[in-house]
Design a protein around this ligand. Structure first.
Ligand code: NAP
Length: 480
């Protein structure tokens, strides 16, 4: 079924001003699954205009009303879970069961922030003078530009629009060019939930820089929230400086997974596989490197191979498939390069290692792969792989493990497996990461803070922290 969408601006689906559209492909088959209007800078400015006009009314609505609309949007997302999941699998490739999980995870942010909308409290501050009263008010930042990646086509959007809309901001979403259909269907559901015109706008485009520049240069846009690569995040951060916008950046990761000698080896192996092979390794919190104590390295690697050998690769719409395609040829080339480089430098290929590409159809799979004995200077230990490959290295001491884990400019998620409580606390505190999973390879939930340190980003999404990113504090001093 071919889905067709326009741009969503000021409560209307409409064509791009230039009339252009672009096709969306299924990465598992190469077939065209949708056609979407292709925005240019002038369309982005129309969206800014609409969001600016809608802001005062939306910001001044009672929080309870904003909350009720978000709650209806949550109910609609859950009611349409299977439909949204199927759209997502067709445009992004992840297995259908995982897509259903993402839709529920994405909806959970809307539910959480429908509740938080009602709890944006201010403060009364004790004054220094008897005739003064001091207040701290919390008010919405204003118009928000949200730029999102393809790997989580629903959740990366709801993690932003949930708190933004709850706080009273209006939003322009620019979804990834490879996965705009899930975003468009989500916007449909928010419209059905009763969101007023101009509060949420969507501009899909094949010209991300032109559209991004228009949004960033416009002083009416008061905040940029971006999820994507560190490389693009740095560019946007520089551009946002010209109008001193508030910024939140959720960027790349290079998650280490430490397996200590006292770990439950079978469980650790299952958890590494769950953390690594979800979405064919294309997640920012995916395990990118495993460090295992030398005394259990062989047993652990064998246990991991037993789990991974059973994973089924294929079209995510087929039952039982656990590893879908990579998003495109560039992604497959990168994974291939990381594996070849590691092997050339002396790593042992324990499992997998081959790419299956049909270049004519633009379809690229990569076998779930395990590499052992990976050398320190291997690219895979330093660059984000974004594919289904686990490099395993040994360590001898806890200090060495922590030093290896921290030896990267990234700081998003890290994992450790141990049964020693003191070590779990000590190592969690020493890891320079925004998220630490202790005996837990899948820590993300809507009510917890998600985000990175170092070059993995700025700010937090989720939980009570997420809404702060969309609020300004205003100090009011009153003389009686
Ligand atoms: P990307 O290339 O940085 O793209 C992200 C978004 O930015 C897309 O919508 C893209 O548009 C847009 N974009 C690209 N260049 C731009 C420019 N010059 N101006 C304005 N917008 C621009 O990242 P990706 O490949 O889609 O996503 C993978 C990356 O995201 C990985 O590094 C991953 O770790 C990271 N990620 C981080 C988190 C987190 O929470 N920290 C979550 C998920 C993903 P196009 O689609 O048109 O290129």
């Amino acid at each position: 079924m071919l889905r067709e969408y326009g741009l969503y601006i000021d409560g209307q689906w409409r064509a791009a001003r230039g009339g252009e559209t672009f096709p969306v492909h299924n990465p598992a088959t190469g077939e065209v699954v949708g056609q979407v209007a292709d925005a240019r800078a002038e369309d982005a400015l129309d969206a800014v205009e609409a969001a600016t006009r809608a802001f005062p009314e939306w910001a001044s609505r009672p929080a309870k009303e904003r909350s009720e609309i978000l709650r209806r949007a949550y109910d609609l997302m859950v009611a349409h879970r299977d439909e949204l999941a199927e759209i997502m699998t067709r445009e992004q490739g992840k297995p259908l069961e995982e897509a259903r999980g993402e839709v529920q995870y994405a909806a959970d942010f809307i539910l959480w922030y429908s509740e938080e909308a009602k709890r944006v409290y201010g403060e009364a501050i004790p004054a220094s003078h008897a005739d003064k009263r001091l207040l701290a008010l919390r008010q919405p930042v204003g118009v928000v530009a949200a730029i999102t990646p393809w790997n989580f086509p629903a959740a990366m959007i709801t993690r932003k629009i949930g708190p933004a809309l709850a706080a009273g901001c209006t939003v322009i979403v620019k979804p990834a060019e490879q996965t705009p259909l899930t975003a468009c269907r989500l916007v449909d559901l928010f419209e059905e939930a009763g969101l007023p015109a101009g509060v949420l706008n969507l501009v899909a485009t094949t010209q991300p820089q032109a559209v991004g520049d228009a949004l960033l240069a416009d002083a009416r846009v008061r905040k940029l929230t971006f999820t994507g690569s560190t490389e693009v995040g740095k560019i946007l951060m520089r551009k946002a400086a010209d109008t001193v916008k508030r910024i939140s950046l959720e960027l790349g990761g290079h998650a280490p997974f430490l397996v200590f000698e006292d770990a439950d080896i079978e469980r650790a192996a299952r958890e590494v596989a769950a953390s690594k092979f979800r979405n064919a390794g294309q997640t920012c919190v995916c395990t990118n490197r495993v460090y295992v104590h030398e005394s259990i390295a062989d047993t652990f690697t064998a246990a991991l191979a037993d789990v991974v050998r059973g994973l089924k690769m294929g079209n995510g719409l087929e039952p039982g498939v656990q590893i879908g395609p990579l998003i495109d040829g560039a992604a497959a080339e990168k994974v291939d390069r990381h594996v070849q480089d590691a092997v050339d430098k002396g790593a042992t290929l324990v499992l997998g290692g081959r790419r299956h590409s049909d270049v004519d159809r633009g379809v690229h799979f990569f076998e779930p792969t395990i590499l052992a004995n990976v050398q320190d200077d291997s690219v895979i230990l330093h660059e984000e792989t974004f594919g289904p490959v686990v490099p395993v290295q040994v360590f001898r001491t806890e200090e060495e493990a922590v030093a290896k884990a921290n030896g990267t400019p990234y700081g998003l998620a890290a994992y450790l497996y141990t049964r020693d409580l003191s070590r779990a606390i000590r190592v969690s505190e020493q890891l320079e990461y925004g998220i630490v999973g202790v005996n837990d390879g899948l820590p993300s939930v809507a009510q917890a803070p998600f985000g990175g340190v170092k070059e993995s980003g700025l700010g937090r999404e989720g939980g009570k922290y997420g809404i702060e990113e969309y609020l300004e504090v205003k100090y009011v001093s009153i003389r009686l």
